[in-house]
Design a protein around this ligand. Structure first.
Ligand code: FES
Length: 101
């Protein structure tokens, strides 16, 4: 998948904020100010926010209810990335959960 902005964004009739750079699992990606982290990741082709028992989960509700999009942001665990704006230089990491039996 492409790491470039514009890969999955609407490109006509849209006014965007300033272009910025952030990091996803150490990989630099482009985004625009005002986007949520989840939106910026999806626009870059990254659909997995976390895993449970190695099974991938991505954005589900996109309104802050389901917690499917929890990721580590700047060292803070379990941030709802669908409700958090991406910022210049922020570090976003996939979270991995294991169920206890
Ligand atoms: S996708 Fe449901 S809380 Fe973020």
């Amino acid at each position: 998948m492409s790491g470039e902005t514009g890969a999955k964004r609407l490109n006509s009739g849209i006014r965007r904020g300033e272009q910025i750079e952030f990091y996803f699992d150490g990989q630099p990606l482009k985004a625009f100010k005002g986007e949520t982290i989840a939106a910026a990741l999806m626009a870059s082709g990254h659909m997995v926010a976390r895993t449970i028992d190695s099974q991938p989960l991505g954005v589900y509700c996109n309104i802050g209810v389901c917690h499917s999009c929890l990721m580590t942001v700047n060292g803070v665990k379990s941030v709802r990335t669908c409700r958090t704006q991406v910022t210049e230089g922020c570090k976003v990491e996939t979270q991995h959960f294991e169920r206890t039996r």
